[in-house]
Design a protein. Structure first.
Length: 246
């Protein structure tokens, strides 16, 4: 697959055209940003880890019936994906209080919810990704009612699957952000990435943060945390494969 023109450079990835109009190449960078771009830095090796982790998780989700944009891992940092028209919503699922939820409602981090919560924000950097509800999304024409229903069903199913995978790695999936897109036939698929940049992942035993909060909050050991969380996932998947063979 030929890498074509650079179509877009975002905060964490570059997106390239290919010779197939329905396919794109995404290239993962080591650049890290937080607080809507006000904090910037580099996390050495992050692009390699996020590329590999996102692809592993999307493959597992696809096996469980979730349609995704993933096509093929091309290299350490590059993946071929189906081109979608991104639904401009950040879909956030939470199992425990943390981050902006804890701040907004004045509660400590780590409260375990009886049931997961789901919220949308408008994917718009200039506005700081404001929170919105279904009627706002409909009023702004960001998605149809039936697309919102589909997105909600997929997001909660993805949460159930990912929570189980991370639990088997000794990790609590606290919250995460998803993006969905439309294929040319109008169907909704999971797009973008699932990685320590977009999830909060806490060691189940110690509560240690193994995600981008180490960068956001200057906790140190950022690179090591990304390596550790990747190591745990790969070890668990290897163990799973051995179980299947025996
Ligand atoms: P940001 O745009 O927030 O800085 P990134 O650096 O991760 O984020 O850039 C990747 C961009 O590619 C995002 O805007 C994301 O919505 C978009 N994207 C992800 N997957 C696809 C896809 N399959 N087709 C088209 N665009 C995609
Ligand atoms: N998140 C993300 N991109 C964003 C905003 C949030 O990937 O632009 C992820 C974040 O990593 C966390 C979850 O979504 O896992 C919930 O984030 P929250 O709303 O608490 O915001 P934050 O504290 O990151 O500002």
């Amino acid at each position: 697959m030929e890498k074509g023109e650079l179509l877009y450079e975002g905060k964490a990835k570059k997106v390239f055209a290919t010779d197939d109009p329905e396919l794109l190449i995404v290239s993962y960078k080591d650049d890290a940003t937080a607080f809507n771009g006000r904090k910037r830095g580099t996390i050495r090796g992050k692009g390699v880890i996020n590329n590999r982790m996102s692809n592993l998780l999307m493959r597992l989700l696809a096996e469980r019936g979730i349609p995704t944009h993933f096509v093929e891992e091309l290299s350490e940092r590059e993946t071929l994906v189906r081109k979608v028209s991104i639904v401009p919503l950040e879909v956030i699922v939470r199992n425990r209080s943390a981050g902006s939820f804890a701040a907004r409602y004045g509660v400590p981090e780590g409260i375990v919810f009886a049931a997961p919560t789901i919220e949308f924000s408008y994917k718009n950097d200039a506005l700081g990704d404001p929170l919105l509800n279904d009627s706002h999304a409909l009023a702004l024409g960001l998605a149809t009612a039936s697309e919102l229903d589909t997105i909600r069903i997929y997001a909660l199913e993805i949460n159930a699957i990912l929570t189980g995978i991370w639990k088997s790695c000794g990790v609590t999936l606290v919250d995460f952000k998803l993006e969905f897109g439309r294929l040319p036939d109008g169907s909704i698929v999971l797009a973008d990435e699932i990685s320590p940049d977009t999830c909060r992942l806490w060691d189940s035993a110690t509560g240690e943060k193994l995600d981008k909060d180490r960068f956001r909050r200057d906790l140190g050991g950022v690179e090591e945390a990304y390596q550790e969380i990747m190591r745990r996932l790969e070890a668990q998947l290897q163990a799973g494969k051995k179980d299947q063979q025996s």
